[in-house]
Design a protein around this ligand. Structure first.
Ligand code: NDP
Length: 338
């Protein structure tokens, strides 16, 4: 059973050498004392920014943190090859929390979702129809309180979550601008995802001035994916009664000392609501989300871009690439086609 294991806790930016591809043995049958378990063959791994936070050495007990020597844990798509669970049978396809190895014994499969619709590529269940898609949906519709005609700014806009947030905002009739880290990504925002405009934040000397250029009358909604200097500049450009949905702060995950944010007092003067959220609290809406998004995908009303690395061996480099912006769209690893 080929696996990708964490070699040691990570400090600073993750490196490929923090992980190791190795081989262990696994019986391709559920042990007799394992009730309600499933054995899966992993087909796709999802590379997600939160996986970096699992590699930190933490004080106390954190159920999500990894122990060196154990396989990387993350979301994926898998096929069930044996089951002692009453509702899941051999041959079923599932998405959810798995481990970076060819085969995984999953002792608590109740957190997994069964894949019902296979008319779309299975990899979509790591992204637009999986955790990041659900994040975009919950964050935009439940946290941002959007209204037609409002101005929306999305950072890390070409990524798994951002590309969908921008398209939801367009469907609602908002004016949408995104930022991303290369010229090609900005082209995608405008030409593939239908954003009204976009800019390469790496080419802007003054983020405050850049935002003033795109939002001369201010921002109603900021979908926050990066944090740090970007957040500080956004705070200076929010409209009165604006909303900031704090989804993530990827610019901070590899810093030993998080950057300070200086302009928080504008929350008071502009009566801004800034709210953090986690997708974990919104999975009860999953079916509603799929019922909305699946037809939009099939009718071509939502576009989706993914970046697929081939082979389990490519997984460490694909994951590290997120923190250098090497991924164009949702980063996925193809482990096995069947
Ligand atoms: P992406 O697919 O967008 O990949 C990460 C991207 O972040 C990179 O491609 C890069 O794009 C950008 N990035 C990396 N480093 C920096 C930096 N220092 N400054 C600015 N941008 C940077 O990831 P996701 O869409 O999966 O995740 C987006 C955000 O959503 C993350 O913050 C993540 O933690 C968060 N998240 C939160 C969830 C929740 O429940 N709250 C659930 C899922 C995700 P570029 O080239 O544009 O710089």
């Amino acid at each position: 059973n080929k696996q990708v294991i964490l070699k040691d806790y990570v400090k600073g930016f993750p490196k490929e050498s923090d992980m190791l591809v190795t081989t262990s043995t696994i019986k391709l049958k559920i042990p007799d004392d394992c009730h309600h378990a499933i054995l899966v063959k992993n087909l796709y791994f999802s590379c997600d920014p939160y996986m970096r936070n699992q590699m930190n050495k933490v004080q106390g007990n954190d159920p999500y943190s990894l122990v060196p020597g154990s396989p990387i844990a993350g979301h994926g798509v898998a096929r069930v090859i044996d089951s002692s669970h009453p509702d899941i049978k051999k041959g079923d396809l599932v998405w959810g929390f798995t481990r970076w190895e060819e085969y995984s014994l999953i002792r608590d499969p109740d957190t997994l979702f069964k894949i019902q619709d296979t008319d779309v590529p299975l990899s979509y269940y790591t992204g637009i129809l999986g955790m990041p898609g659900m994040t975009a949906y919950a964050g935009f519709y439940e946290v941002c309180s959007p209204k037609k005609g409002e101005t929306v700014y999305v950072s890390a806009a070409s990524g798994a979550v951002g590309q969908l947030v921008g398209q939801f905002a367009k469907l609602m009739g908002c004016y949408v601008v995104g930022s991303a880290g290369s010229k090609d990504k900005v082209e995608l925002l405008k030409n593939k995802f239908g954003f009204d405009d976009g800019f390469n934040y790496k080419e802007e000397q003054d983020l405050n001035a850049a935002l003033k250029r795109y939002f001369p009358d201010g921002i109603d909604i900021y979908f926050e994916n990066v944090g740090g200097k970007m957040l500080d500049a956004v705070l200076l450009n929010m409209k009165t009664h604006g909303r900031i949905a704090v989804c993530g702060m990827i610019s901070q995950y590899n810093l030993e000392q998080p950057e300070g944010v200086h302009n928080l007092f504008t929350l008071v003067t502009k009566r801004i609501r800034m709210e953090g959220f986690t997708v974990l609290d919104y999975y009860h809406l999953y079916q509603k989300f799929v019922d909305m998004v699946l037809p939009l995908i099939k009718e071509g009303k939502i576009n989706y871009v993914e970046d697929i690395a081939e082979g389990l061996e490519s997984a460490p480099s694909a994951l590290v690439g997120l923190f250098y912006g090497r991924n164009v769209g949702k980063q996925v690893v193809l482990v096995s086609r069947e």
